[in-house]
Design a protein around this ligand. Structure first.
Ligand code: NAP
Length: 306
């Protein structure tokens, strides 16, 4: 494990998720890793247990943590609910209230990484690189009606927890996580394979800052080291790219043509200023072309020419 995160007792929420499963697998060989989810996917639970993760099934929104120890060194909060059905009561409970209930239970931890999203920023188009101090807003409503506001609410609860319990917290605003375990570019590849259209916002290019799962894992120890009271807030992102660029490259690798459709019924650019991330944590190491090629190799090796 890079950065020396070993021999610790670590709680990961949402360990069956796209982002957290590779983290849990990377940490488990050298730490005492516990995972909490409802485990609606028994196969994912099986993979985690085989990797040495102690799995506890619970609904974080329920507030009943009696099955869970409370002596973790670190908490990595990656659980998220993003219903497409605009059930605000459920989604605020599962994202925001659950964060408070969890951190209350784990208030004696040495540090907490709360995973947030750059979906918390007010949309500012492709030419503005979003900084941590920029305006917040309801960025993703067009595709996920409750997501941005629930992520903002969860951040506020994590900030409260830091101050209330003197609990060092980092709030890391993730941009586009991707890698062998999937992510948005992996969805785009599936769309291309099945001839489905890929939505582009009219303000082009559709710019984002994809970050590979290896960089997420590599930066975790430092993310925990910079946890503070009040909470440290930092973007978590790689170098800039765009949907147009990475789909073009996916098309080159796989011999497919992306079928772009321009519509304002999709998320527009969310591109970040990474100055604070680079100062506090460091730069991502996996270039997006390299990461995308590895992703295709892992998920669809049959598409790559020898
Ligand atoms: N993926 C992205 O493109 C992206 C972009 C920016 C930020 N992020 C952030 O990254 C983090 C991880 O996202 P992800 O995409 O990896 O999530 P994901 O694949 O949707 O996984 C969500 C995880 O949370 C668990 N979970 C959901 N509701 C729960 C509940 N009520 N109680 C306990 N566990 C629950 C799920 O397991 P069960 O359903 O079995 O409970 C699953 O393990 C989130 O904070 C997200 O906001 C993701």
């Amino acid at each position: 494990m890079p950065g020396g995160l070993s021999g610790r007792k670590i709680l990961i929420t949402g360990p069956t998720g796209q982002v957290a499963e590779p983290i849990a697998r990377a940490l488990a060989p050298v730490n005492d890793v516990w995972g909490v989810a409802r485990f609606s996917d028994p196969e994912a639970r099986g993979r985690l247990e085989a990797a040495g993760v102690s799995c506890v099934a619970l609904d974080l929104a329920s507030g009943d943590f009696s099955a869970l120890p409370d002596d973790f060194d670190h908490v990595l909060n990656f659980a998220v609910v993003r219903g497409g059905d605009a059930d605000w009561d459920r989604d605020l409970a599962a994202n925001a209230e659950a964060t408070g209930l969890l951190l209350s239970h784990c208030r004696n931890a040495a540090s907490v990484l709360h995973c947030s999203s750059t979906a918390v920023y007010q949309h500012q188009g492709p030419s503005h690189q979003l900084r941590e101090t920029d305006a917040l807003g309801d960025n993703h409503r067009v595709m996920m009606p409750t997501y941005s506001i629930c992520k903002i609410a969860a951040e506020a609860v994590a900030r409260f927890a830091a101050r209330e319990w003197n609990l060092p917290v980092t709030i890391a605003r993730l941009n586009v996580p991707y890698g062998d375990n999937g992510g948005w570019p992996a969805w785009h590849l599936e769309f291309m394979l099945h001839g489905h259209p890929i939505a582009l916002h009219p303000e082009q290019p559709n710019r984002f800052n994809p970050i590979h799962e290896d960089d997420i894992i590599g930066q975790l120890p430092r993310m925990l080291e910079i946890a503070s009271v009040p909470a440290t807030i930092v973007n978590w992102a790689g170098a800039p790219s765009s949907i147009e660029e990475w789909c073009g490259y996916l098309g080159e690798l796989a011999g497919l043509e992306p079928n772009f459709v321009v519509t304002d019924a999709t998320i527009g650019s969310v591109t970040t200023d990474n100055t604070k991330l680079h100062e506090l944590v460091g730069e991502a190491k996996v270039g997006w072309r390299d990461g995308i090629r590895r992703m295709v190799e892992a998920r669809h090796p049959e598409l790559l020419k020898p």
